[in-house]
Ligand binder design. Structure first.
Ligand code: MEV
Length: 448
């Protein structure tokens, strides 16, 4: 697979031909991509089972950002989003970084956790004394449930008892850590916790007598806060190499302004949230394409951004010794087996396009998509402003909303080539075009 230029200019079929060339698709997969999905009865049958009270399907565009060089391996990154310019921005940044070493990523950690919240009216020392025995029982009770996860290299890595009676009366937590291998692990973690909670009650009832045996399990649930399931992604180049993207600024001015933009996001919550939203533009699009739980990743990412008490940017920047180094570090709990990932035909296809990554590789690809989106956004913000590119792409959506014909689209795009786009400006111009056309058609002269 090589870096490709002009991908966005190709027709849909042309793009698929490129995918066919570079990724080993079966004919069935190609047919599935190129023909209307609704024609496939089994597709609808599968999709409708994912949720409840089904009445129809809801389509979103499934696009490809090419040229993602991640740890020296090239990827076409599938993205699903309703927002125009997200895929273009990610593709633009991926292309720019592809001849500068691309995205360097590393997995910092992969631990997930779940908690059993319960009440205990006795002394903590009594619970602690029996805890080694209890721990063994709890782990033994879930052995059959985690057998598959263990086969894939995962398992339970820790189980601890926390006293929280200062926060709430009689309130304790058993905190269980998991390595879930290639699954996101929500279902398996929750199953383990519920089995363990029943075992905990049983243990307390057999070990203790009244009044100490009236323990109540308040709830047992995985935590979507996974600060120990962390990935880091970095882009780095000589500051002078930024000249290609610095617009009217010099490369040096661009790097300094970029740094200020990140510093502002670190000290100003209004900016930090939007800065991070731009990161999630890329992240969520790949999560959706691969059938992952984007709500879990978003909730966790924002909590992580606020881990020091103030909500901050998820990226950090260094501009020392003529080098521009920009890093995204965030928790990403994702899976490539389980959930909708392998069940939803389009998610399955997205994983094929990504060359069937395991969960760790998918974390790294998603982080790269997030950093690419953010780099493109900051670049636009500190040079031409965001609206120029954004509104040009949004123009297409507005034209659909105004029922523009193909010919009207061409005329409008040419007219707005060197102008700011606004909805009012667009509809006024379109009305003018239509008035002229009506006049001419009355005279029997169809121009478009
Ligand atoms: C728009 O979807 C995302 C941006 O607002 C992100 C940012 O401001 O960094 C452009």
């Amino acid at each position: 697979m090589n870096i490709i230029s002009g991908f966005s200019k190709l027709s849909e079929t042309g793009k698929m031909e490129i995918l066919k060339r570079d990724i080993s698709f079966t004919q069935e997969q190609l047919d599935f991509l190129s023909k209307p999905k609704e024609k496939y009865d089994d597709y609808t049958e599968i999709v409708k089972k994912l949720s409840e009270n089904y009445i129809s399907n809801f389509s979103l565009p499934f696009g490809i950002a090419p040229n993602f060089l991640i740890n020296n391996k090239l990827f076409y990154v599938p993205m699903v989003t309703e927002e125009s310019s997200v895929v273009a921005a990610a593709a633009y940044a991926a292309g720019f970084w592809s001849d500068k070493g691309g995205f360097r990523t590393k997995i910092v950690s992969t631990t997930k956790s779940g908690q059993i919240y319960f009440s205990w009216k006795g002394e903590i020392a009594d619970l602690q004394k029996h805890f080694p025995e209890l721990k063994e029982k709890l782990i033994k009770a879930v052995k059959p449930v985690i057998a598959n996860m263990e086969k894939r290299g995962g398992g339970i890595t820790n189980l601890i008892l926390n006293e929280n009676t200062k926060q709430l009366n009689d309130y304790y937590i058993i905190d269980v850590s998991f390595e879930t291998a290639d699954s996101m692990g929500a279902n398996i973690i929750n199953s383990c916790l519920e089995i363990m909670a029943a075992e905990l009650l049983d243990f307390i009832n057999t070990k203790f007598t009244a009044p100490y045996n009236n323990t109540e399990i308040i709830m047992s649930i995985l935590s979507n806060y996974t600060p120990e399931c962390l990935v880091e992604c970095t882009i780095e180049c000589a500051i002078s190499d930024l000249a290609k993207v610095s617009g009217e600024l010099s490369a040096e001015q661009f790097a300094m302004k970029f740094q200020k933009a990140v510093q502002i996001a670190n000290e100003n919550v209004s900016r930090a949230v939007t800065h991070n939203k731009g990161i999630f533009n890329g992240i969520d699009a790949v999560l959706l394409a691969t059938g992952n739980d984007f709500r879990a990743v978003e909730a966790c990412g924002h909590a992580y951004a606020a881990r020091e008490g103030n909500y901050k940017a998820l990226t950090s920047i260094k501009t020392d010794n003529g080098i521009f180094k920009y890093t995204l570090r965030l928790p990403l709990s994702v899976g490539t087996v389980g959930g909708a990932t392998k069940v939803h035909p389009m998610a399955n296809l997205a994983l094929t396009i990504l060359q069937n990554p395991g969960a760790n590789e998918l974390m790294q690809i998603i982080a790269a998509a997030g950093l690419a989106s953010n780099f493109a956004a900051i670049r636009a913000l500190i040079t031409s402003g965001i609206q120029k590119g954004h509104m040009k792409l949004h123009l297409g959506n507005m034209l659909i909303g105004l029922n523009a014909t193909e010919n009207e689209k061409k005329l409008v795009e040419a007219y707005f080539e060197d102008k700011n786009v606004s909805y009012n400006g667009l509809s006024e111009y379109l009305n003018q075009l239509r008035e002229v056309n009506t006049d001419k058609s009355i005279k029997g002269n169809h121009k478009y």
